[in-house]
Design a protein. Structure first.
Length: 89
């Protein structure tokens, strides 16, 4: 699916960023573990998914209002907008 067909009103927040770390930045600081990793498409912050106990990707959204994340799991190519509650590949 191309971004032109995505019903998300926040596509303009996407920046050409790379992951800031190889794991969840906050879990690494805590010495904790995660299930899956998500990257903020505005600043490159790497956080753990909502299946992880700390849910750092969602916490990053609430702290910054950066609306769009993408999976950085091998083989996954989807994004999610927290505000519009819509996902796409």
């Amino acid at each position: 699916m191309t971004t032109e067909a995505v019903p998300c009103t926040h596509l303009n927040t996407i920046r050409p960023v790379k992951p800031n770390s190889k794991g969840c930045e906050e879990c690494i600081k805590l010495g904790d573990t995660w299930v899956h990793l998500r990257m903020c498409r505005e600043c490159g912050n790497v956080g753990c998914c909502d299946d992880s106990k700390n849910k750092h990707a969602t916490k990053h959204f609430h702290a910054t209002q950066h609306p769009i994340i993408r999976s950085i799991q091998p083989g996954e190519h989807w994004s999610w907008c927290y505000i519009d509650e819509v996902g796409w590949e």
